[in-house]
Design a protein around this ligand. Sequence first.
Ligand SMILES: Nc1ncnc2c1ncn2[C@@H]1O[C@H](COP(=O)(O)OP(=O)(O)OP(=O)(O)O)[C@@H](O)[C@H]1O
Ligand SMILES: [Mg+2]
Length: 259
Amino acid sequence: MKVAVSGKGGSGKTTVSGTLARSFAEDGLDVLAIDDDENPNLALTLGIDRDREVPPIPGDLLKRVETAEGETELELAKTPDEIVADYGAAAPAGIRMLKMGEVDHAGSGCMCRAHSTAREVLSEVVEQREEVTVMDMVAGVEHLGRGTAKDVDTLLVVVEPYYKSLETGRRTKELAAELDIPDVRAVANKVRDEDDREAIEEFCADNDLDIAAVVPFDDAVRHADQDGTAPFDYDADSGAVRAIRGLADDLVATYVGTA
Ligand SMILES: Nc1ncnc2c1ncn2[C@@H]1O[C@H](COP(=O)(O)OP(=O)(O)OP(=O)(O)O)[C@@H](O)[C@H]1O
Ligand SMILES: [Mg+2]
């Protein structure tokens, strides 16, 4: 099962992906978590200590090789298994995490090339590894065409109950259809009341977008953030964490089986 989590900036992608990964792992599944954001912060949400430095995958894992026909092809310098073994950070509940490079210091030039290289590497890893994979995507929709999400079973788009966020959900669904991603669903996040829920339900119904889960606005998530801990460790029974754990159970039942 390969799950990617997308959505507008600040919608809750990292909260949802980190908590989903923890839920799968606590249920005994092998999990690879991927931070596909150039401003990475998935580690903390998985429960990795905030003082621990998680190194990004190096930028030289793709090498150019010449084929017999004289054409240049890109090839991974290491196998996906070696990449996970060498650069995967250990997170709680047995999770392994990989992350792409961070944005360099301001003024040091464009990192686009480095980012697309890293995404290509991660995409290969995701495609070839067998364990449950959860990817925390960069905000917005532009990355979808070229990035790591192309081989996923499920693309979750996290939406908040306001227009721009929902609109990002709609565009994500459109682009995902072009990529033939079979299952694209919304996760309604930071839902404070019935009005919020109805606003999201109405928009999603109008745009043929199914809702995979409704996650309440939850002070425990905010407090976990302020505290520098994972929501799962802060309070595994809080409303938001319970809703995401329910989503994890549904995904497991659909893609892994309940046996
Ligand atoms: N259900 C929730 N209830 C309350 N606060 C939440 C909830 N979900 C997320 N948040 C808060 O919203 C903020 C953004 O969440 P998060 O970092 O998960 O979003 P993101 O989409 O990954 O953001 P970015 O685009 O910056 O990567 C955080 O401060 C987080 O604690
Ligand atoms: Mg994030």
